[in-house]
Design a protein around this ligand. Structure first.
Ligand code: VGL
Ligand code: ZN
Length: 201
């Protein structure tokens, strides 16, 4: 069983959003078209309470600086994907009706969660692993936003958990902050993630 995992295709990561990823909206049409080719479609949604500890505004710091948290270094982001806001909604054109499951993450005020599988302490599970295993899903293709953060962390965790993982870079877009894209691509390759540029195969 092969699932398409669509990471964080939300308004705040699209042009004009609070944490806009350049041309983030361009991938929506291709993601919708890919959905039919999979046994299951799972969406993730970044879903932070107001005042989340990953927000620069919570630390009186400038966005895109890095601080040490109990679980390791944390980039401080502009306020984004606040629960119940328009920015946290999926892009209006995303075919959310095709999704079997929506996984929300980042709701714990004290810990960020880039990965769809574990919070940034690399320990606290979201429950997605159990869902996939109970449905007999062994193979995953990841697409979405952003290549170098949530797609990267999700893909590496999935590979570590033993799933057969492909990231379709044609259907992803990156933040690319301080070399983060190159680091992410190397890290994914090292973890055994296949990187392709085909439309969602
Ligand atoms: C993301 C930064 C903060 C992402 C989420 O979806 O890649 N990046 N929260
Ligand atoms: Zn976030």
């Amino acid at each position: 069983m092969h699932a398409l995992l669509v990471i964080d295709v939300q308004n705040d990561f699209c042009p004009d959003g609070a944490l806009a990823v350049q041309t983030g909206d361009e991938i929506v049409v291709g993601i919708n078209a890919a959905m039919d080719r999979f046994d299951a479609v799972i969406l993730t949604q970044d879903w932070h309470p107001a005042g989340h500890s990953s927000f620069a505004s919570s630390h009186e710091a400038a966005p895109m600086t890095v601080i040490d948290m109990p679980y390791g270094p944390q980039v401080l982001w502009p306020d984004h994907c606040i629960q119940g806001t328009t920015g946290a909604n999926f892009h209006a054109d995303l075919a959310t009706g095709h999704a079997d499951m929506i996984v929300r993450k980042g709701y714990n005020p004290a810990i960020d969660s880039y990965s769809a599988f574990f919070e940034n302490d690399h320990k606290t599970p979201t429950g997605l692993e159990g869902y996939l295993r109970s449905r007999g899903i062994t193979t995953l293709t990841l697409v979405g936003l952003a290549t170098d953060f949530c797609v990267n962390y999700s893909a590496v965790d999935a590979a570590k958990l033993g799933f057969d993982v492909t990231v379709d870079l044609g259907l992803c877009r990156a933040i690319d902050f301080d070399g983060s894209l190159a680091t992410a691509l190397n890290g994914m390759r090292d973890a055994g993630v296949a990187l392709t540029n085909g439309e969602g195969q």
